[in-house]
Design a protein around this ligand. Structure first.
Ligand code: CUA
Length: 144
């Protein structure tokens, strides 16, 4: 009875979270209707915006099967605040060799910051299986 009761409680909490609370993971910005992502500023014009001395906001979309903008370039030592969302399905956002690694949920904006202290070309890849083109979903950010 305890086991069955615990299971029922767990399923009830899951249902409240999913249906009543909209299954919303943490987001530091307002959620966007996924169908409107590509028409909603700033994601209608993805790219780098300078916000301080060698600090940038990178507004990006992850979609099947690529990232917008494509290749980016920042100066050495730049701190980049990545803000990423998806107009379609769940993707991943990882820059190998850094601590930037998060899921990209449709309509949710997930963020991470990184200071690029070493020059070079950094790979940005999708690490969440998202469909037939998942393995080609990548771009780069060049630091020089
Ligand atoms: Cu996008 Cu895998």
């Amino acid at each position: 009875a305890l086991g069955a009761g615990g299971l029922a409680l767990f399923i009830a909490l899951l249902c409240v979270n999913a249906f009543a609370m909209g299954m919303a993971p943490p987001s530091n910005m307002e959620m966007i209707d996924p169908a409107q992502v590509t028409q909603t500023p700033p994601f209608d014009n993805p790219g780098l915006k300078k916000v301080g001395e060698n600090e940038y906001d990178a507004y990006m979309t992850a979609f099947a099967f690529g990232f917008a903008p494509g290749k980016m370039e920042v100066p050495l030592g730049a701190t980049v605040n990545f803000h990423v969302t998806s107009p379609d399905v769940v993707h991943g956002f990882q820059i190998p060799g850094t601590n930037v690694n998060f899921m990209v949920m449709p309509g949710h904006i997930n963020s991470a910051s990184y200071t690029f202290d070493k020059p070079g070309e950094y790979l940005i890849l999708c690490n969440e299986y998202c469909g037939a083109g998942h393995q080609v979903m990548a771009t780069t950010i060049t630091v020089k």
